[in-house]
Design a binder for this molecule. Sequence first.
Ligand SMILES: NC(=O)c1ccc[n+]([C@@H]2O[C@H](COP(=O)([O-])OP(=O)(O)OC[C@H]3O[C@@H](n4cnc5c(N)ncnc54)[C@H](O)[C@@H]3O)[C@@H](O)[C@H]2O)c1
Length: 266
Amino acid sequence: MVASQMRLTGKRALVTGGARGIGRAIAAAFVSEGADVAVCDIDGAAATLTADEIKRQCNGRAHGFTMDVGERASVLACVGECLAALGAIDILVNNAGISKVTPFLEMPESLWDNTLRVNLKGVYLCCQAVLPGMVAAGKGKIINISSQSGKRGNSQYAAYCASKFGVIGLTQSLAQEFAESGITVNAICPGVVFTELWQSPDMLGAYARKRGLAPEAVERYFESKIPLRRLCTVEDVARAAVFLASDESAYMTGQSLNVSGGLEMS
Ligand SMILES: NC(=O)c1ccc[n+]([C@@H]2O[C@H](COP(=O)([O-])OP(=O)(O)OC[C@H]3O[C@@H](n4cnc5c(N)ncnc54)[C@H](O)[C@@H]3O)[C@@H](O)[C@H]2O)c1
């Protein structure tokens, strides 16, 4: 792309859970739009590999770092490394997340705790680590990846839905609190994206059992329910993230943008 047409030229971004899936696509889209991107992931080796591949494919700047979003010490150490490499963080994408379909009465406390730790506490910790720099700069963009499960409860999905509803509440609260500092905070609610997260036995196999379907029938099942008749792609989500990270969305804050082919409309 011609530099003058890029929408994130000169911006510095941190993407959590960026080694693969939706986070990787967001990191790549940001680099293609001219941003310098820190790809942070609990799998630091994968984050570095992804950053190297994005640099080559998009002919831009990307760096890989290790971060467990659910551990304050890890978040603070990683944000320090990112600031040293990038100089500042203008855009924070809280994307890291985990997911498992489980009947509620069989859900161990460890699954509840870990889902809330990564999906919700992780957003709190990363925002608390990055916001002071944004406040000092008088500007910033925070994008939280929630889900359609952040707007509608679903059976056998209690911990995940609770965490993603929580992300929307946190998004709206931070949007209110930091608007006067020039910082916008928005969420994206993707529909079903067949990333590794969805294709794992914890998800696809368990979801197929829940609906009484064969695993290979699940994709067709969703396609029949989605008004636009196809699953969401990582690129669909990445395009929405570029919009929310760019000046084009300057007058939007506290919003939760559905990217679900019409499956969720509220
Ligand atoms: N795939 C979907 O259908 C879908 C739909 C709606 C929302 N989402 C959300 O989008 C986000 C990305 O999902 P995905 O499908 O790309 O998942 P994914 O499993 O393919 O990728 C998630 C990434 O997060 C990393 N990660 C996991 N725990 C972490 C931690 N504690 N600290 C840092 N990194 C960690 C993983 O290593 C992985 O690289 C998640 O928040 C998920 O809940 C996904």
